[in-house]
Design a protein around this ligand. Structure first.
Ligand code: ATP
Ligand code: MG
Length: 258
């Protein structure tokens, strides 16, 4: 039997966007962004270029604030937090950047160990254990831990970036276009990992992607951002079955007329 989807399980949301308004100068991004994300779910955000997908997740890690409304993490309003209070949130919400953004002067091992050294007081043994576990999670041979990023392919660099984001065992992982620029094989590897990390670690994930195959494979729900709000939010099945031409065109890769 299929597991019940997290949004149907009756638990409280982990993240809430509450009537969020945001503009940059005259350019309105959201009139009323209003929806919940539930613990353990993988929610994919789709929408045309410039519709505010990245802004949405930047508000979760304190890089941007709403003009009006609230962004809540476990009922904690993020906007008023001071920098040092935000550090605690950042240990629980991890971001996988579009480019792997590894430190070129550090080995693979030290890249993955970096957040542990900065945020946690762990022994060398514990650090080694966590890094080794991460390398097996991403299926990268242990020998590669002594290499430098410059010696690795784009796909492997992406995997190491992912390992570094997961090593802190965050509650939430944010993926901003994790497979953009990757070859098809590496894309499949990353898409499988997104699902595997959700299933094995129970993390909540928000994924921004243009890869529909991936979105259909790993998402519990899909949010479609259009006209400055969540135009539609539903399960993969509901989105695929939607008769609305704006949704169907987007899912089929036909450009928006807007
Ligand atoms: N810090 C900022 N200052 C001014 N304008 C910004 C800022 N951040 C984003 N914007 C603008 O807000 C709009 C939404 O940006 P965002 O990066 O969220 O788009 P997106 O949906 O992620 O698009 P893409 O698919 O191209 O990545 C864009 O027009 C962008 O130029
Ligand atoms: Mg973006």
């Amino acid at each position: 039997m299929q597991r019940p989807l997290p949004h149907q399980s009756g638990v409280d949301p982990i993240i809430q966007y509450v009537h969020v308004k945001k503009a940059f100068g005259p350019k309105k991004i959201y009139d009323d962004l209003h929806f919940n994300i539930y613990p353990g779910e993988t929610l994919t955000v789709l929408g045309g270029s410039g519709t505010g997908k990245s802004v949405m997740i930047k508000m979760l890690i304190g890089l941007l604030k709403p003009d009006e409304g609230q962004v809540l993490f476990h009922d904690l309003d993020l906007a008023p937090l001071k920098d040092h209070e935000m550090i605690d949130v950042r240990k629980k919400i991890s971001m996988v950047f579009q480019l792997a953004a590894l430190f070129d002067s550090l080995t693979v091992f030290e890249n993955i160990a970096y957040p542990l050294r900065v945020h946690l007081k762990l022994s060398e043994e514990e650090i080694t254990e966590r890094v080794t576990n991460q390398l097996s999670l991403i299926n990268v041979p242990q020998e590669l831990q002594h290499r430098y990023p410059g010696e690795l392919s784009g796909g492997v660099k992406k995997l190491i970036g992912l390992a570094r984001s997961v090593v802190m065992e965050p509650e939430v992982i944010l993926y901003d276009e994790p497979t953009t620029g990757l070859d098809p094989e590496s894309t499949v590897v990353i898409n499988k990992l997104i699902r595997q990390i959700q299933q094995e670690r129970g993390v909540t994930s928000i994924v921004i992607t243009h890869d529909m195959g991936g979105a259909f494979y790993f998402s519990d729900r899909i949010a479609f951002l259009k006209d400055r709000h969540i135009y539609k939010l539903g399960t993969v099945q509901e989105m695929r079955a939607a008769s609305d031409p704006a949704i169907q065109n987007f899912l089929r890769g036909i450009p928006d007329e807007e």
